[in-house]
Write a protein that binds this ligand. Structure first.
Ligand code: BG6
Ligand code: MG
Length: 257
């Protein structure tokens, strides 16, 4: 352990922070919701208003667990359908059915295009690991494990609290801080001694609510202000800007609560 470092753990979101899969998710959500909204136009005469990235994905869906994302977006459009059951067929018109339909589309693209990482995040992960810092991944995604496996990063993490683990433990998803706090509890590290790294509005809200030592936002979407307004202490566009582990330590000292 490098004793000049003042933080003990870093908990990373995955989609959009470690892997470039945030865009894969966004495209799959758009495909599913646009098809559904067009169907509603035909069946109920509701004028079709397309699902957009900035107006719908980022505020209502990004970072949230699958069915919570469906629920938040439909609510924003005043659409009420039954919740259903996670075992629902993708053809069922329920919140779970629509979520499962999107998951099918997501996995199709994943299979075809594979997964890419952000090299700056991977470099920082290795630097932190070598310095003895505990590493966590806190992702809402139930696809977290297979995605990390594809890029050979599963084993670098000391704790993984993802969509599958959350469902097993009954954890509240982002914007609640539970999945980040659970990772710290596994390490036995105080929240004030941990750093959260997030690209989603719901994720930095979780970082703020959990009173972590530092909530570092990554604005991949030209959304620096939204991240700052929702709880990020500091925002970069990519982790290459922070100056490695020493730069991260300086940021932690500057913002620690
Ligand atoms: C988050 C993504 O990490 O996981 C969201 O930002 C996604 O876009 C959510 O909807 C849930 O993912 P999954 O793979 O469980 O449907
Ligand atoms: Mg994300």
């Amino acid at each position: 352990m490098n004793t000049s470092l003042k933080f003990k753990a870093v908990v990373f979101d995955m989609d959009g922070v470690i892997t470039k899969t945030a865009l894969t998710h966004a495209a799959a959500w758009k495909k599913m919701f646009d098809e559904y909204l067009l169907k509603r136009e035909k069946e109920h005469g509701e004028p079709f208003v397309e699902f957009t990235h900035a107006g719908d994905y980022l505020p209502y869906v990004d970072g949230k667990p699958r069915y919570k994302g469906v629920q938040s977006f439909l609510e924003s459009r005043g659409i009420i359908i039954p919740f259903g059951d996670p075992a629902d067929d993708p053809g069922t018109e329920t919140i779970c059915g629509l979520g499962n339909r999107k998951n099918f589309a997501f996995n199709e693209v994943l299979e075809k295009e594979g997964v890419e990482v952000y090299p700056s995040t991977v470099a920082l992960l290795h630097e932190l690991k070598a310095a003895g810092i505990k590493l966590g991944v806190a992702s809402s995604s139930k696809n977290c494990k297979p995605v990390l496996e594809r890029v050979d990063l599963l084993d670098i993490f000391d704790a993984r609290v993802d969509g599958v683990v959350s469902a097993e433990l009954g954890l509240h998803g982002k914007p609640e801080p539970d999945i980040f706090t659970t990772a710290c509890d596994i390490f036995g590290v105080k929240y004030a001694e941990a750093i959260v790294v997030e690209d989603a509005v719901s994720g930095v809200q979780a970082g703020k609510k959990g009173k972590f030592g530092l909530t570092l936002g990554i604005a991949r979407e030209n959304n620096r202000n939204e991240l700052l307004e929702n709880g990020a202490d500091f925002v970069v566009e990519d982790l290459e800007e922070i100056g490695g582990i020493a730069g991260l330590n300086e940021l932690f000292l500057k913002f620690k609560k």
